[in-house]
Design a binder for this molecule. Sequence first.
Ligand code: FES
Length: 170
Amino acid sequence: MGNETTGGSDRRNFLIKMTSVIGGAGVAATCVPFVASMNPSSDVLAKAETEVDLTDIPVGGVRTIAWQGKPVFIVHRTPEQIQSVSTTANALDPVPDSQRVQHPEWLVVVGVCTHMGCVPNKEGLGWTCHCHGSQYDDSGRVVRGPAPKNLDVPPYFFVSENKIIIGKVA
Ligand code: FES
């Protein structure tokens, strides 16, 4: 009788352990692909830094490139555009243009409206966001709301006179 109780207890312990091991393996088998799917894909990692050749952007021209899933506007500004942003008089978020560019003739900004994330359109001097009417000047500074702040300047640096890398600083 005593042996049957001991044997039953052993069997129960064995079954509990086996159930735990199998259950644990099942959880691990389920979680590993899930966790792996949360890692950035190789193409996303590849876009963490984007090299841009500026030579074929004419004065007054704008190129939009994709960086980390966002549009980035690169503007080869004209003397008129540079002059138009020389003061902060109209800016609602008054950061001097000189703090937003590395060379006066080149503006690099993330093309995502700081209100609710629409992509503004280039119109005349600056951009207009047609979702709710915000306007930005040619420094990417907000001059009419509801956008609360300027277009973001991404990290970037000039590798040479005509080439930049967006995504890191030198
Ligand atoms: S998203 Fe641009 S003004 Fe609202």
